[in-house]
Design a protein around this ligand. Structure first.
Ligand code: SF4
Length: 668
C-alpha cells in the first residue's frame, strides 16, 4: 500500500502566466505561492524575503519567477549561495529550463581565484595572497595560461556553464580558467556567485566592474540568507595574536638585516608587550576568556610610542605594509609561500585605526591556553550590506528566516520589504517532533547524573529508530560532557556504529566519517552520529532518504555569556530597543542553529523522520516562538518517563515500510 504525499497546490493557486513559460515541472506544494510573491514583488521593484522549508524547490521557483522580469527589464540575475554545490544547482536548473521550455538562457557560476587557478602556488595561497601572486605573474608575463587566453576573443556565450566545466575546458585548452570566467561574465544573463562577491567591499567593486553593470541593474538572490549577517560581520572582523606578532618579528629579523626599519621593529615589540602584559594579568585563568579593553588605556599606551618616536600610527601602518609587500616579493622570487606576517600586521593596524572609535566594531582580547589575541569584531553589518539595497530587488530566501523582521532589521534592509512565510510542504504524517519535559541542560545542571539520564533517553530513541540516528549537542562543551557517559559502549552493544565529530577534525577526515555514516544508512546498519549544533554537519550537510531517520537536539545552543556577547546585547538594545536586544543578539542565533540541525533528515517531500528536542525549554511558549513552523506544528510534548520516547518513536516508524537499503525512504 503506498501513501500519497498530499499537496496543497490547488489551494494556493497558480503561477503568473509569464512564469509558466519558464517553470519546467508541475508545481509542488507552496511553489505557486512563492512564485507569485517573488514575481509580483520584484515586478514592483520591491525587495522580497521568503521563508520556505527544504524540499520546496525554492531555487527553480525563484529562477522561474525572476527570469521573465530580467528579460523584460534587461536585468542581470545574481544568485548568491554559500556553497559550490548550491551554485552548481543554479546552473543545472537553468539548463533544465532551457531543455524543457526551449529557452536560450545563458548562465555561469564563478568561484574565487584560488579555486580556479591551475597554478599550484596561487592555488595553495590565501585569497589576498593569491590575488597578489597572480597580479605579479601577469605583470611579469610569467603566466602561460593568461598569455594563451589573451590570444583568444570571446564575443558570445551559449548555454549555461558551471565553474567546474570552465575549469576543465580551460585546462584542456591551456588557458586561464579564472580570467576566462571573468571574460564570460558580461555575456551571461544569470551569474551564480559566493557571498564574498557581494560582501567584501573591494571584491564587490572589482566584480561589478568586470560585470560591466551596476548593482541597480541587477536582481540579487540571497540563498540560505540566514547566514548573511554572520558572514558579513565575520568578513569585516580581524585579529592579531602574540604568535602572529612573534612570527612578524622573526620575519623582520630575516628580511631587515641592515636595520633599515627600526621603527617597525620597535612597534612590533611595543604591541607584543601590551598583549603579553594582559596575558600575565590573567595568568591564573584556566578557561578560554574574553577581556574587554580600556580604550583610553591602550590609546595612552600607543600615544607614548607615537610621542617617543615622533611618528604617526597611520603612516606607520602604511610603512609596515610596504615592508610586508617587499618581504612577500622576495619570498615569491625564492619560490617560497607568499604569506607575510609583517604585511598581515600592517593590515591589522590599519583596521585598528579605522575602527577604534567606531561603535560598530568591538575591540577586545581573547585569552586561550598559551595564546593571546587582540580581536576587532564587527557587530553591525548594516553599513557593509547597504550597497545591496541599491539593487533593482533583493530576494532573500531561507528555510530558517523567521522572525523575518529581525533578519531585515539586522541586515538594514528596508522595512517595506515584502515578506512571506510559506506553509510547510510536509505531510503531518511524515514528521513527528517529540519534546519531553524535565530535561534540563542549562549550565549548572550539566551533571554526570543528568547526562546519564539523557543517555538512557537517547538509547531508547536509537533502539526504536530503524536506521541512522544523529544527536546534535548544544556546544562542544555539552558534547564532551555527554561523551563522558558510556554512550559509545552502549551504542556498540546495540550493534550500531558510533561516529563522533571533534572540534579540530580536519575537513577531509570529517567528510570521510560522514560518507561512512551515510553508507551505514543505505546498508541498513543504523549508525549513530554525535555532533554539535552550528557545526559543519548540522548545517552544511544534507541527510536525505536513508541517510538519517531521527535527529535529536541536546540542549539549546545558546552562546556562552562572554564579553563580546554582552557587548552585542547592549549594542543591539541601543539600536533596536529593549525587547529586541537580547533576542537578536543571543536567542535567535541559537534557535536558528536548532532549526537547522532539526531539519537535517527532512530534505525532500518523500523523507520522513522523527526530531527529538531534549531540553524542557523547547516546550516553553516563549522559546517555541523561535522554532520553525514545521517543528511547532508537529510537536508533541511527552512526560519524562522510561519507555515513553521509545514507544512514541516506535509507533511513528511502525506506519512505514522501511526500505533502508534503498536511496529513498518511501511511505506505505
Ligand atoms: S592569470 Fe590565471 S592562471 Fe595565471 S596565476 Fe592568475 S589565475 Fe592563475
Amino acid at each position: 500500500m503506498s501513501m500519497m504525499v498530499t499537496t496543497v497546490t490547488d489551494q494556493l493557486g497558480r503561477f503568473p502566466a509569464e512564469m509558466q513559460t519558464y517553470f519546467p515541472f508541475s508545481p509542488r506544494p507552496g511553489q505557486a505561492l512563492m512564485g507569485r510573491e517573488i514575481y509580483y514583488g520584484v515586478m514592483a521593484k520591491n525587495h522580497v524575503a521568503i521563508e520556505g522549508a527544504a524540499g520546496l524547490g525554492k531555487t527553480i521557483t525563484c529562477l522561474s519567477a525572476l527570469l521573465p522580469i530580467c528579460k523584460q527589464e534587461g536585468l542581470i540575475l545574481l544568485y548568491a549561495a554559500r556553497t559550490h554545490s548550491q551554485m552548481q544547482r543554479v546552473i543545472e536548473e537553468l539548463t533544465t529550463i532551457n531543455k524543457r521550455r526551449g529557452q536560450k538562457l545563458t548562465g555561469i557560476s564563478m568561484y574565487g581565484r584560488a579555486n580556479m587557478c591551475p597554478n599550484a602556488e596561487v592555488n595553495e595561497a590565501q585569497p589576498t595572497e593569491a590575488m597578489e601572486l597572480c597580479s605579479i605573474f601577469r605583470k611579469n608575463k610569467q603566466c602561460e595560461w593568461y598569455e594563451n587566453l589573451k590570444a583568444q576573443e570571446i564575443d558570445e556565450v551559449r548555454g549555461c556553464l558551471t565553474a567546474e566545466y570552465i575549469r576543465e575546458f580551460s585546462l584542456a585548452n591551456r588557458i586561464c580558467p579564472y580570467y576566462l570566467g571573468k571574460e564570460l561574465l558580461p555575456h551571461c544573463g544569470v551569474v551564480a556567485i559566493t557571498y564574498v562577491y557581494l560582501i567584501d567591499p573591494f571584491i564587490r567593486s572589482v566584480f561589478f566592474n568586470n560585470l560591466g553593470r551596476g548593482i541597480e541593474q541587477c536582481v540579487v538572490v540571497l540563498d540560505e540568507c540566514h547566514n548573511l549577517p554572520e558572514l558579513a560581520m565575520h568578513a569585516m572582523s580581524q585579529g592579531e595574536s602574540d604568535r602572529a606578532l612573534k612570527n612578524a618579528l622573526k620575519e623582520y629579523h630575516r628580511f631587515d638585516a641592515t636595520g633599515k626599519y627600526p621603527l617597525i621593529l620597535h612597534f612590533l615589540k611595543h604591541f607584543l608587550a601590551y598583549l603579553v602584559a594582559i596575558q600575565e594579568q590573567n595568568r591564573d585563568t584556566k578557561e578560554d576568556l574574553e577581556v574587554g579593553i580600556e580604550k583610553a588605556e591602550i590609546q595612552k599606551y600607543l600615544m607614548e610610542f607615537v610621542a617617543q618616536y615622533s611618528t604617526d600610527l597611520y603612516l606607520l601602518s602604511t610603512e609596515i605594509q610596504r615592508f610586508g609587500r617587499q618581504i612577500r616579493h622576495l619570498k615569491i622570487e625564492a619560490h617560497q609561500p607568499p604569506y607575510s606576517a609583517v604585511l598581515r600586521f600592517g593590515y591589522f593596524l590599519e583596521h585598528f585605526i579605522k575602527t577604534f572609535k567606531d561603535p560598530q566594531y568591538l575591540h577586545y582580547i581573547i585569552l586561550s591556553q598559551n595564546r593571546v589575541q587582540y580581536y576587532i569584531r564587527c557587530i553591525d553589518c548594516r553599513s557593509v550590506l547597504h550597497p545591496l539595497t541599491k539593487a533593482w530587488s533583493v530576494v532573500s530566501m531561507s528555510g530558517t528566516l523567521e522572525p523575518i523582521n529581525a533578519y531585515l532589521e539586522i541586515c538594514g534592509f528596508p522595512a517595506q520589504t515584502r515578506r512571506q512565510v510559506l506553509p510547510s510542504p510536509f505531510d503531518r504524517k511524515m514528521v513527528k517532533v517529540i519534546a519531553p519535559r524535565g530535561i534540563d541542560v542549562t549550565y549548572f545542571r550539566r551533571t554526570p547524573e543528568q547526562y546519564a539520564h539523557i543517555m538512557d533517553q537517547c538509547l531508547e530513541v536509537i533502539q526504536a529508530t530503524p536506521g541512522n540516528t544523529a544527536i546534535f549537542c548544544a556546544s562542544y562543551e555539552v558534547l564532551e560532557g555527554f561523551l563522558r557517559t558510556p554512550l559509545k559502549r552502549e551504542i556498540q552493544k546495540l550493534g550500531r556504529t558510533f561516529y563522533a565529530e571533534k572540534k579540530d577534525m580536519p575537513s577531509r577526515e570529517n567528510d570521510a566519517m560522514i560518507t561512512k555514516f551515510k553508507q551505514d544508512g543505505y546498508q541498513g546498519k543504523g549508525g549513530v552520529l554525535v555532533g554539535v549544533c552550528g557545526g559543519r554537519n548540522s548545517e552544511g550537510v544534507d541527510f536525505p532518504g536513508a541517510e538519517l531517520y531521527t535527529a535529536m537536539i541536546l540542549g539549546v545552543p545558546l552562546a556562552r555569556m562572554t564579553h563580546s556577547i554582552n557587548a552585542l546585547i547592549d549594542y543591539y538594545t541601543r539600536q533596536f530597543g529593549v525587547w529586541k536586544g537580547k533576542e537578536y543578539a543571543y536567542t535567535l542565533p541559537a534557535f536558528r542553529r536548532t532549526n537547522q540541525a532539526a531539519g537535517r533528515p527532512i530534505r525532500t517531500l518523500t523523507d520522513y523522520g522523527v526530531i527529538v528536542l531534549l531540553d524542557e525549554r523547547y516546550t516553553y511558549p516563549y522559546y517555541r516562538r523561535f522554532l520553525s513552523h514545521w517543528l511547532n506544528e508537529n510537536m508533541v510534548i511527552v512526560e519524562n518517563e522510561p519507555q515513553v520516547l521509545a514507544e512514541e518513536v516506535a509507533r511513528f516508524y511502525a506506519k512505514f515500510e522501511i526500505p533502508i537499503t534503498k536511496n529513498k525512504k518511501k511511505g506505505v
